[in-house]
Design a protein around this ligand. Structure first.
Ligand code: SF4
Ligand code: SF4
Length: 390
């Protein structure tokens, strides 16, 4: 059995067999597939449902699939879906209430007992999962539904060789090579004398055990060099760059920068950026009843700091303007997240740029806000505010 830290090589047929071994192990495969003109995450029955030969083109407010002209199965960048949908679903029933002859009956919404394997998770995605783990699983108040879904997830990561025009994981230190958070991590290699193959690193004992069920050979120095070359090349082709050094203080020193109003003038408040972001975790609770009045559901659903209702407290919203809401989102993501959780809240996946209907680009906004306008002094050192309301 390949041990933790070992690297082996699988040909394409063996990679397909690896997916079948995971299914035989009782796991539901969730991975990339083509649907509705996009690469989305869905349940897979095997290798044939992966997006063979399909890549993508992404830019601010733009996403297109394209034929790659090769046989790549993982030749695309971040998809509109992230793994957040699996671990923190858009809507979760928390309790069902039913009227009975003698009163009310309550049923708790239990998380499904699924054994899941995530197929093809990128390094930035694993970094995003680690961020949500810190908030929703490992913090002072763990979320039982998240923890139940997160337990026993098998991760077959695929190192990224196809960054999009909106990617900046290198700036955020999260990719394109996965360093942790996987059971197996594969590099897809196309062509050459050795043909279509996968160089697979073993991250856990569980990963080695499943790998032992399929045909593989030990990786040669040439294989590992070819694997490193894929991610080195991807790192050199990042579509965007974020000025991340000292970003917390730079943003908090510029809370009155005129750029906040300029971006608010373009922003529609649609919340697409937060829905597509793999780390945003804001939710609201809603109660609904059916028309008979005999059944009610209390559910948790995704919400967003871009909606007016989200910041509503008794008497009104604490962030009534789009300027305040955009500033809250960006400064939380890149500045006060450090205070709360010790890391950035951004992994550089670029989704908020691609899926913004008006093409607002977080890297461009940060660059503009980091440049103080003439005649507007920054806050003196030591007096940086901790709140961005208003
Ligand atoms: S803020 Fe944008 S680039 Fe950063 S993790 Fe969220 S969606 Fe990705
Ligand atoms: S996706 Fe764009 S327009 Fe929509 S709320 Fe986010 S920044 Fe504003």
């Amino acid at each position: 059995m390949p041990g933790v830290g070992e690297t082996v090589v699988l040909d394409r047929a063996a990679f397909g067999a690896l997916l079948q071994a995971l299914i035989a192990d009782g796991r539901e495969l969730v991975g990339p597939t083509v649907r509705d003109g996009a690469i989305v995450l869905d349940t897979l029955r095997g290798i044939d449902e992966l997006p063979r030969g399909i890549g993508d083109e992404q830019g601010p407010g733009r996403y297109r699939l394209r034929e790659r002209g090769d046989e790549a199965l993982f030749g695309y960048a971040a998809s509109p879906h992230s793994w957040k949908r699996e671990l923190l679903p858009p809507r979760v029933a928390l309790v069902q209430i039913r009227r009975t002859g003698r009163g009310l009956a309550f049923e708790g919404g239990a998380a499904p007992l699924r054994k899941v394997a995530f197929i093809g998770a990128r390094a930035c995605e694993l970094a995003a999962i680690a961020i949500q783990d810190r908030v929703l699983r490992d913090g002072a108040h763990p979320d039982p539904d998240y923890r139940a879904r997160r337990d026993d997830v098998f991760v077959l990561a695929v190192h990224c060789g196809s960054p999009a025009g909106t990617c900046f994981c290198v700036s955020m230190g999260t990719g394109p090579r996965a360093r942790a958070g996987y059971d197996l991590a594969a590099t897809e290699l196309l062509g050459g004398d050795s043909g279509h193959r996968f160089v697979v690193e073993v991250g856990t004992v569980a990963g080695g055990a499943i790998l032992a069920r399929v045909a593989s050979r030990a990786a040669t120095p040439e294989d590992t060099a070819a694997s490193a070359a894929v991610t080195d090349d991807a790192a050199s082709r990042m579509g965007r760059k974020m000025q991340n050094e000292g970003i917390r203080d730079a943003l908090m020193a510029n809370l009155e920068h005129p750029r906040w109003q300029a971006v608010a003038d373009r922003c529609l408040g649609c919340a697409n950026c937060t829905m597509s972001c793999p780390t945003c975790f804001c939710t609201s609770i809603e109660d609904t009843t059916d028309l008979s009045g005999d059944h009610a559901t209390r559910a948790r659903r995704w919400d967003s700091c871009f909606t007016a209702d989200f910041a509503y407290v008794h008497g009104g919203s604490v962030r009534p303007s789009l300027r305040a809401r955009y500033r809250q989102w960006l400064t939380h993501k890149l500045a006060t997240w450090h205070d709360q959780f010790g890391t950035s809240g951004c992994v550089g996946c670029g989704r908020c740029i691609t899926w913004c209907p008006v093409g607002i680009d977080i890297t461009e906004e940060v660059a503009a806000i980091r440049t103080p306008p003439d005649g507007l002094p920054g806050s003196p050192p030591g007096s940086l505010p901790r709140s961005t309301n208003g």
